[in-house]
Design a protein around this ligand. Sequence first.
Ligand code: ADP
Ligand code: MG
Length: 252
Amino acid sequence: MRKGFRIIKFKKNKPIFQIKDVSKSFDGRPILKKINIEIFPGEIVGLLGPNGSGKSTLYSTIIGEHQADSGKIFLKNIDISEKPIHERAKAGIGYLSQQRSVFNMSCYDNLLGVCQLSIKGSKNQIAMVEKLLDEFNLQHLRNINSSVLSGGEVRRLMMARILVNKPSLILLDEPMSALDPIVIQDIQKYILKIQSYGHSLLITDHQVRNLFDIVDRAYVLGEQSIIAKGTPSEILKSSKAIELYFGSSYNA
Ligand code: ADP
Ligand code: MG
């Protein structure tokens, strides 16, 4: 799956999301130091970095599971740094965790449960569930308990569920890990579909190619900081990223 000829021009003057000088440590051990990231409306931005470099920690700091030690986080120019987790979600942050996180019930009920919390009227709730089942190719799995879904199917269900709250920014933590190549291509297709609905996305993965196929820009985390940023071709030329992440024998 390649973006190929898709050329999307982003309005680069007004970021929808900004991380400014965010630092985070655990028990006195610094994990992230003065991280700066910005995302423009409708962009897919990648976050690359080796295992343990702090990608998931950055996500947990963005969603409010952990408080940053210092720095600010802005969504649509509003400072959300001090807000609790549910208010950040309400403000427009959607999050798909690295772990499988679905309720032990059918796909239909997983979606209906979330719709009941955020959409008024049972008719509207059911209409949204049916729309998401259609759009994420889940109709044939609607009555299946989500605990028995395959890796690709559960990712589709989790992505569908995120959309219920119409988030402005969606954080996907390793949505393509531990999947077969053909399923990765399928997930990439759905990520591009979500972008086409107008959402901005921040996506992590440690498989460079999987991410570079679909992102508009990316950041590389290393040594607790952002060591490279830009379009995939810019990042592949970064001597620091080659030294600390890709290795000199990496072939794009
Ligand atoms: P990545 O997602 O890039 O693989 P993580 O953000 O999961 O990396 O982890 C970065 C580092 O932070 C790791 O060394 C990990 O052990 C540590 N870490 C993550 N969460 C916690 C926590 N809640 N308490 C203490 N250390 C943590
Ligand atoms: Mg992680």
